[in-house]
Structure formats: C-alpha cells, structure tokens
Design a protein around this ligand. Sequence first.
Ligand SMILES: C[S@@+](CC[C@H](N)C(=O)[O-])C[C@H]1O[C@@H](n2cnc3c(N)ncnc32)[C@H](O)[C@@H]1O
Length: 269
Amino acid sequence: MRTGKEGIRAIATTVRRGQRYTEANRALAARTAKQLDIPNVPRGNDSLEELRAAYGADAVLVARRGVLTLVTAEGELFFHPGMAHLRMKNLLLGHGDHLVSALGLVEGMNVLDCTLGTGADAIVESFAVGEQGAVTALESNPLIAAVIADGLAHATGDNYEMHAAMRRIVVHHADALTFLRTAETDSCDVIYFDPMFRRPLHESAGMNALRALADMRALTEETIAEARRVARCRVVMKERRGSAEFDRLGFDTIMGGKYSRIAYGVMKL
Ligand SMILES: C[S@@+](CC[C@H](N)C(=O)[O-])C[C@H]1O[C@@H](n2cnc3c(N)ncnc32)[C@H](O)[C@@H]1O
C-alpha cells in the first residue's frame, strides 16, 4: 500500500519494548495502520532499518510512549508544540502575536487552518479563540495528519492552557481546495494558509523532517477564491517577506514583524 506523497510506502509498528506503554503502543499502531490502510508490523527484535528493508517501506510510523513518531531516511517527525508555548505566554502577558493579529483573532471565533503541518500555529489559534471558539485544521499528507492529530489528541501539553488548546483542535486529512469546495458560504470567520515556502528558509530543523513528506504545491487562485467565499472576515497567508506570492494571489495588506523574514498577507472581506 502506497500512501502520502506519490511513491511513499509506510508501515506501522511499536518500539521494541514499551514497558508500561506496551498495550497502549500496540493499540495505537493497530489503530493507525487500520486508519491509513497500511501494514501493522509486529516489531519483535528488528531494527527499524531491518523492518524498512523487509517491507520495502520508506516511512515507519512507530508507536512510542503512547504517541506516534514517523521515521524516514530524512529524519523523524513527531508532535512537538515548538514555539507555541512562548507565543501563548506572550499573549497572556499582553505582548501579542503576529499571526493572531494578522488573523484578527478574538475569543469565540471560528478558524479554518488549511495547512496544519506541525500544529504549532493551530495551537496558538486555538488558545486565542478559547473555549467558545473553534479551530478546524486540514492536512493533505495522511502521514503528517496522523502523527500531528495523534499528538494533539494524546500528548501532554506544557501546561493546562496548552493542553486544553491542543485537545480542542479538530484535524481532517484533506486537501484545502477539496475541503473548501464543499464548505458552506460564510461558514467560518477566518481562513489561514501557511503553504511550504516557494524558496525555503534553511533555518528550522523541525521543518526538514516535515519537508520530506509535505505537500509542496503552491496555492491556486481558485483556492483563494473559495476561501474568500467560505470566510466571513479574513483570509491570511504566511510567506517569505517580499514573496511574489502575495501579489500573485491578491493579498493587498502585509503584516508581521518589521525585521522578520516572514510576513502575513491579509485580505479583509
Ligand atoms: C509550512 S507547513 C505548515 C506549518 C504550520 N503552520 C505549523 O505551525 O507547523 C505546510 C503544511 O501544509 C500542508 N499542505 C500544503 N498544501 C496543502 C493543501 N493544499 N491542503 C492541505 N494541506 C496542505 C503540507 O503538507 C505541510 O504539512
């Protein structure tokens, strides 16, 4: 069974021995394999390299301590909230956050995040809109979607606020345009896109593991047109500062840190 990017073949397994997590790991590997329609392979004493060779797999989803890690030749992808903790602290201290400002988030808003990735932005959005709000996040790569959705649902947050914000995010394995086409007009407040940069910033180690699997397509005008129909207040896209993508897709307002290498294109509706 091939899954994910064209040609990516994946299997699910557990760590060799999980001590008190053994049963949880077995159940998680089995559930993940079923959900993704990939083989669930008993780990035995084999190394991951041996399993990869035996099953001709490019990627191995490993259930470890009750959460998933995706192991590929390019590196490991596992759920980690990244800078979300610091960003939430800044919000609590009233220092703000560039994404929250670009999206114009206030409590109770309904957010559609079309590019889940590591989930860090979605956590900040979920914290900003609070219990009365909602964040739905889409990810087109099934392996990334599985690992990050599992982490958001089962990993322990750094503190109660993060934990609660993580649990409130609803993840769908879906392509943004496909999802938007069937979404009702004005059915959410804001829509956010953080596509893989046309030219990467070679700075983030976490992103390198993601990059190996991520959907690299540029956004299309049709996707933006659908987003404008579905959102009530704003459509926002993150890109490199000065990227030609902002003009090409019609983002007329640029926000973000003055000295930052990234910027947010904002369309107010
Ligand atoms: C730059 S990352 C997003 C990072 C994210 N904002 C975060 O906080 O980690 C882009 C992610 O969006 C996914 N993606 C790209 N195009 C997509 C599309 N059309 N629909 C759904 N997901 C998409 C990629 O596979 C990748 O995981």
